[in-house]
Design a protein around this ligand. Structure first.
Ligand SMILES: [Zn+2]
Ligand SMILES: [Zn+2]
Length: 193
């Protein structure tokens, strides 16, 4: 595993800037992998890790950099819960650990560096220094990762009876004997203009 500083530099490049979220994300992901006993996410442990992220903020990019889990590899799963938390799953051992940033960490950062007025700078420094216990709540969990969620899953492609678009990975909806995509089944996030 690369050092904290090397990973932080990688995260800064991938994310576009250095911020408190990068520091928090690098620390969270390093701790998650460490707890799982995985130290080579780009080498021998490359295909072992799946990460569930619960927010789409700065931190999420750093987690992708450290774990090597990417959306396009199906190894990064997004659960839009608006929580600064992530669950790291070892597919080989079946173990999983969920880390959530403690609400108290912002107050602790303020107490640790009251001399720094800029919040982002204050948190950047404090999140580097604070013990992991002050930053994260750790919980061992079980995560069901069915075959169709796994990175290498080959799926048959099904066509939506209404719009005719192809659907992968068993995301189709069966309604009154008809196969529909999620949009046609009523979960659409867009409207035709
Ligand atoms: Zn950022
Ligand atoms: Zn459709």
């Amino acid at each position: 595993m690369k050092s904290f500083d090397e990973l932080l530099r990688d995260a800064e490049i991938a994310h576009g800037h250095l911020c408190a979220g990068q520091i928090l994300g690098v620390r969270m992901a390093m701790l998650g992998l460490e707890l799982l006993g995985l130290d080579d996410p780009y080498g021998k442990d490359r295909k072992r890790v799946v990460t569930f992220v619960e927010i789409d903020r700065c931190m999420t990019d750093a987690i992708g950099v450290v774990t090597g889990c990417r959306l396009g590899k199906r190894a990064l799963k997004f659960r839009d819960w608006g929580k600064v938390a992530a669950t790291f799953v070892d597919l080989e051992s079946g173990r999983a650990v969920r880390l959530a940033a403690r609400e108290s960490s912002k107050v602790l950062a303020r107490n640790l560096h009251p001399e720094i007025e800029n919040k982002n700078r204050q948190q950047m420094l404090a999140y580097r220094e604070m013990p992991a216990d002050d930053l994260f709540a750790v919980q061992w969990v079980k995560v069901a990762v069915p075959p169709e969620e796994l990175p290498g899953y080959k799926s048959e492609r099904i066509v939506c009876a209404q719009c005719g678009e192809g659907i992968n990975f068993q995301r189709e909806v069966r309604k009154d004997g008809t196969i529909l995509c999620r949009a046609c089944a009523g979960e659409c996030y867009y409207e035709p203009e």
